[in-house]
Design a binder for this molecule. Structure first.
Ligand code: ATP
Ligand code: MG
Length: 203
């Protein structure tokens, strides 16, 4: 066997082993149910990841519920796209902007409670394959909504429904409840070198 053949052979052996490991993992995962996914951390990509899953659902004709806590004061591309063009998405926005902008705690709590009513209804609606609770962690972190009320509603959702929660922080209870937790690290962000947020990329 010359050098090239030996390299090729070694590569094939390595890939076979890798395939066996992947196949074994796939064979082990047999349970069929909706899951809870938490996308958190300081890096960019939490909300956009949730919207990627919404797009996947729509591809299969599944219905989706989406509640955006905090956001909605300024327009976003996702809002413009989904609200106007997708009857399969039920969409509600809290619409108060960031809480450090409003500086009105009582007003924020009232808005959070109004918004939660919509989330709660979605978490009882078995026709929704996916419910996205975008930036929900801030409601937990700021104690605007009762933790147990939120966690119980997520726990008691229809078994086929998947819930995606996004946002930084939010405490340990939601991390424990979630089946999948991704903590997105910020290595760097263009904003820190003075680049303005861009339409279609950041909002
Ligand atoms: P995106 O909506 O782009 O997926 P995100 O949901 O991960 O971002 P948020 O905390 O919701 O992040 O903030 C949304 C906005 O903040 C976006 O404009 C995004 O580009 C920006 N952003 C995200 N991460 C960082 C960061 N580490 N530093 C500065 N700005 C950031
Ligand atoms: Mg976000």
């Amino acid at each position: 066997m010359d050098h090239d053949e030996a390299t090729q052979f070694a590569h094939k052996r390595k890939m076979e082993k890798q395939k066996d490991r992947v196949d074994a993992k796939i064979a082990e995962a047999t349970e069929e149910r909706g899951i809870v996914i938490l996308i958190t951390g300081n890096g960019k990509g939490k909300t956009t990841s949730a919207f990627g899953m919404i797009m996947r659902c729509l591809g299969y004709g599944h219905k989706v519920g989406l509640v955006q806590f905090i956001k909605g004061k300024q327009h976003s591309g996702e809002e413009l796209f989904l609200k106007e063009r997708h009857p399969d998405v039920t969409f509600y926005q809290m619409g108060t902007g960031f809480t450090w902008d409003t500086q009105d705690k009582a007003g924020d709590i009232a808005a959070a409670e109004r918004t939660w009513v919509h989330a709660e209804a979605m978490l009882k609606d078995a026709s929704l394959h996916l419910v996205v609770l975008d930036e929900l962690t801030y409601m937990l972190g700021f104690k605007y909504l009762d933790d147990d009320m939120i966690l119980d509603a997520i726990r008691n959702r229809p078994p086929e429904q998947t819930v995606v929660v996004t946002g930084r922080g939010g405490g340990s209870a939601i991390r424990e409840l979630a089946d999948t937790v991704a903590d997105i690290e910020s290595v760097k962000h263009a904003y820190d070198s003075g680049v303005k947020a861009r339409e279609g990329i950041d909002f």
